[in-house]
Design a protein around this ligand. Structure first.
Ligand code: GTP
Ligand code: MG
Ligand code: ZN
Length: 351
């Protein structure tokens, strides 16, 4: 194959529309396709056939086992797949090659090799804390995120919920708040969640001990593709086990010493509900790091700010140092919660 043909071939075959590639030509030819399986010479004249000759089947990623392996659901069967080396080179902005929830094309005849990741409808992502700020996708192709918290062990973390809501707004994913362990809550702490209800979010209180809120949560999950996310130990896996007995997901006591979860769930997993829909159970996270590129949009989409933006003199008001700011005025007048305004300032400072 001469150089020009190779370039043409490359463009036709790399179809990772969901991963940002600045300039395809920067990739060395041998990095992209040196794999003989990718192109079969079919005649002595040099006429070639490409991937289109492979018998590719569409499947859904249900668990990522390593950088090389994952499990997919295909035709009601769970298959272990390898990830084509070709897909692994295009990752300078993301740490995630393949995410739970991805729809992929696999070559059943060849070790169930994943040859293509179809464009993602959306994804819920966090970013690494180091200066590279690489994307880590928690789940792909979902309708909603259930932000989970608990009243005790671990304590309610409103700052983390606010971050999640920003992320959901950024990625345009419907957010529902589920606060578990209501059997351990007291009145004042429940009132702290009124803020979210007043700002249009659905808040569901649940308990696996009393069964409170379980049917409401089930209604919310039925026939939807949901990602369950939140801190470790809040009871995500316990809730899922209660919603679908028989799954037997691992759960652990929260550490007596720190009151924090034990990080029992270690990798994300897509579960199919027997009452319709899918859910991604994810490992608990301590903090949710946002990318600094979002700094200029968070002032517009922080929970509850929308109704006060009209009072800001500047269109690009950051609601921090500006004179004549609708948000700051609302805080001063007691119309907007001081606690959540401070949570906003902490997020802005962290970026
Ligand atoms: N009192 C009370 N305890 C609960 C409730 N739900 C879960 N727990 C307990 O909380 C602990 C942690 O539950 P898990 O389901 O493992 O929590 P998780 O959110 O999946 O944690 P990670 O997998 O580490 O992210 C277990 O000991 C559960 O028994 C609840 O509604 N009330
Ligand atoms: Mg868990
Ligand atoms: Zn402002």
């Amino acid at each position: 194959m001469n150089k020009k043909d190779k370039k043409k071939f490359k463009r036709k075959n790399i179809r990772l529309k969901n991963i940002e590639i600045d300039n395809l030509n920067e990739f060395e030819d041998d990095e992209v396709v040196e794999d003989k399986r990718a192109t079969h010479k079919t005649s002595k004249k040099g006429k070639k056939s490409t991937k289109s000759d492979l018998d590719l089947k569409e499947a859904r990623v249900i668990e990522v086992l390593s950088n090389n392996k994952c499990k997919v659901k295909f035709d009601n069967e769970v298959l272990e797949c390898v990830i084509s080396g070709r897909l692994k080179h295009v990752t300078h902005k993301t740490r995630t090659i393949i995410a739970v929830g991805d729809i992929v094309n696999i070559d059943i005849a060849n070790e169930n090799r994943i040859e293509e990741i179809l464009p993602r409808k959306n994804s819920l992502s966090r970013f690494t804390e180091d200066s590279f700020q690489k994307e880590v996708i928690l789940a792909a192709n979902v309708d909603q995120v259930v932000i989970t918290g608990s009243f005790f062990e671990p304590d309610l973390n409103l700052g983390l919920i606010d971050r999640y809501l920003c992320v959901a707004n950024i990625f345009d994913i419907t957010a529902i708040i589920c606060i578990n362990k209501i059997d351990l809550a007291y009145e004042e702490i429940i009132e702290e969640l009124d803020f979210y209800k007043q700002n249009g979010y659905k808040v569901i209180f649940t308990s696996i001990k009393t069964g409170q809120g379980i049917s409401e949560l089930k209604n919310q999950l039925q026939n939807c593709e949901t990602v369950f996310s939140g801190a470790s130990g809040v009871g995500k896996s316990s809730l899922i086990n209660l919603l679908q007995p028989g799954l037997n997901l691992r759960v652990s006591e929260v550490s007596d010493y720190s009151g924090k979860g034990m990080h029992t769930t270690t990798s994300a997993r897509l579960i199919e509900w027997n009452f319709g829909g899918f859910l991604v159970d994810t490992p608990g996270i301590r903090s949710f790091t946002l990318h600094s590129k979002f700094k200029n949009i968070i002032p517009d989409l922080f929970p509850g700010f929308d109704r006060y933006l009209g009072g800001c003199k500047f269109l690009d008001c950051t609601h921090t140092h500006e004179i004549k700011c609708g948000v700051k005025e609302a805080v001063e007048k007691g119309l907007y919660s001081e606690e959540h305004y401070e949570s906003y300032l902490r997020i802005m400072e962290s970026l």
